[in-house]
Design a protein around this ligand. Sequence first.
Ligand code: SAH
Length: 332
Amino acid sequence: MKIDYSEFFHQLEGTELEPWIEQLPERIAHGLRYERHGLLPQWEEMLAKLPIVEATSPSLSEREERDEDVASTNLKTEVRVIGEGIQGLEELLKAFHPWRKGPYDIHGVHIDTEWRSDWKWDRVRPHIQPLDGRTILDVGCGNGYHCWRMVGEGAKLVVGVDPSPMFVCQFFVMKNFIRDPRAWVLPLGIEDVPEAPGAFDTVFSMGVLYHRKSPLEHIERLKSFLRPGGELVMETLVVDGEDGYSLTPDGRYAKMRNVWCIPSVQTLETWIRNCGLDNVRTVDVTTTSTDEQRSTDWMTFESLSDFLDSADPSRTIEGYPAPKRAVVVANA
Ligand code: SAH
């Protein structure tokens, strides 16, 4: 497998995104230059070593719960490629450690990722417009786990963007096996995505807002990509508090250096309305559990339980409220 976007550009011909065919190659090359990550050449080598699989049968959506699943991983929903076992596959996949977003099941290898991203999807999916036939932008998509789930819902095209070259490599690992032309992950931050006014039916921003120094500008930018009536799906950290309240961590939050501002749900709704979106509604608020985010064999670094105060798990080790996340949906 090579990181190659020619098929993507081909798909953009004759669409509203056609100008991207000219604009993107330089930005993609910039996002993947070797100075961005020392291991990038090694990952490219490992990608090239992935077995060429032809007849796979990917399963990207919900499946029936079986007893064994409940007993083992409780895998109710999935990104899975069913096929014969491949020798040495687990070792190859482990070369792309740390696996943060998933889970994936590839030729019998279960990638038990740090996050149960399927749980997030279960909280989001019932509340959004059906994705069938839609053109979707997923901003800060990580390795593209939810992009595949969107394809599983019938999306026409899913463009994920994420500035992390490692996550882009993990996406191409999956593309090697899933071989579905409808999902792509570009090595770009939102600030590097070329304009495309009104080109998308749904724009997702999940787990990104608090990493942005100017949250309102982030929301405004997301809106610019939406067609009138299109849907914004915002998932982000929130804190308890009234309208107007937000938390600005003094230094780190849950050991993260890049968390700038965490609004209350009311404040977040106001921000979204003030950016000109309508029909703003909070559809879910959930405190993140140490079952949803934890260290595993596929992500051996510290995780949520290490970021919380062991004497009072309702606080981070810095003394802030423990991570709680909201899903807010709105229309352009
Ligand atoms: N959307 C996924 C992943 C969230 S993790 C999910 O909800 O599970 C947050 C992601 O935001 C990381 O992968 C990080 O690389 C990405 N990110 C950080 N800064 C960004 C930016 N400026 N533009 C887009 N994505 C960004």
